[in-house]
Ligand binder design. Structure first.
Ligand SMILES: *[C@@H]1O[C@H](CO)[C@@H](O)[C@H](O)[C@H]1NC(C)=O
Ligand SMILES: *[C@@H]1O[C@H](CO)[C@@H](O)[C@H](O)[C@H]1NC(C)=O
Length: 287
């Protein structure tokens, strides 16, 4: 209805009659189209449109609020831990390390029994306590893999049985892994001619789960978590933790000496059990 008035007033005077004549028929033709049913429908559609827009706006704002702040128990604990480990009194622009880690340094000391201490070490310790509880409880009808893990755990913690068997399991195993030359008198003759590094690595890995020189295992594919692949990597450590440990000087003098003494002790035990001669005189070729 508003357009009629607008059309009229915009028409120049000279063309006024013409336009009136021209627009008159559509006016009368249009009118019957706007039935009360149509007006009602348009009103309903408009109302629905407003309601939908309002809902979309509500939904969108609510969603962003949820995404911005996580208030689950885990999130709250994590946030509190992060805050505790920080030192907000320090200006991050002056000393970011103190700002980010100052709280941790104040609240934690490295335990006597550890060479390092971090949130990962704490997590590992907590996980071990949880695992202990899980492994010590038998559940009827559980997966066979779980039963096997529990059997292995019990065999490792059964100290009376371990004492009773003494060194027999190790002595039985050594020939299977091509022996330990230092614990054998005739290794060169008995094994030296046929020994191959590949065989020794394969046997240790396949039968005893011991990774030597190369790291070799089946695991989840990082690029497709639905499939398993063979991982093949360089060994990160031998018996000691770091490469520097084998230099046997500086901060690693003591662990290195202890490691050498440990090898001597084990070799001495094996040779004693085998009634072989024990000569602890150090060879000039090595430590
Ligand atoms: C240790 O092993 C022996 C022999 O298998 C068994 O009789 C005993 O119950 C075990 N002890 C524990 C604490 O599991
Ligand atoms: C022990 O080994 C050293 C060096 O290899 C040798 O000189 C010495 O005679 C050996 N002692 C015995 C009792 O065999």
């Amino acid at each position: 209805m508003g357009t009629e008035k607008l059309g009229e007033s915009l028409q120049p005077a000279a063309e006024g009659t013409f336009s009136m004549v021209e627009t008159a028929p559509p006016k009368s033709a249009k009118k019957p189209h706007w039935t009360s049913l149509e007006i009602g429908l348009i009103t309903i559609v408009s109302l629905l449109f407003i309601v939908i827009v309002a809902l979309i706006v509500l939904f969108a704002t609510q969603k962003t609020d949820d995404e911005r702040i996580c208030t689950t128990a885990d999130c709250t604990r994590s946030a509190s831990r992060l805050l505790e480990n920080m030192d907000p009194k320090v200006n991050p622009c002056e000393n970011f390390y103190e700002y980010a880690c100052g709280g941790w340094l104040k609240k934690n000391i490295i335990p006597e029994t550890s060479s390092r201490y971090s949130t990962f070490d704490i997590l590992r310790d907590e996980l071990e306590v949880v695992l202990k509880g899980v492994l010590e409880r038998s559940v009827p009808g559980e997966a066979s893999a779980l039963t096997k893990a529990k059997t292995l755990y019990r065999s490792c913690t059964n100290e009376s049985q371990i004492e009773k068997r003494e060194g027999t399991p190790l002595l039985d195993m050594l020939p299977d892994v091509f022996e330990w030359p230092i614990a054998e008198d005739n290794w060169d003759i008995a094994y030296g001619t046929t020994w191959r590094l590949e065989d020794a690595i394969a046997r240790l890995n396949e039968k005893y789960g011991t990774q030597v020189l190369v790291n070799f295992f089946i695991g989840t594919d990082d690029k497709d978590s639905n499939s398993h692949i063979i991982h093949f990597d360089q060994q990160t450590s031998l018996g000691l933790l770091f490469r520097d440990s084998y230099a046997c000087n500086g901060p690693y003098t003591e662990p290195c000496r202890a490691y050498v003494q440990f090898m001597i002790d084990v070799a001495t035990l094996i040779r004693t059990d085998r009634s072989l001669l024990v000569n602890e005189t150090r060879d000039s070729r090595g430590g």
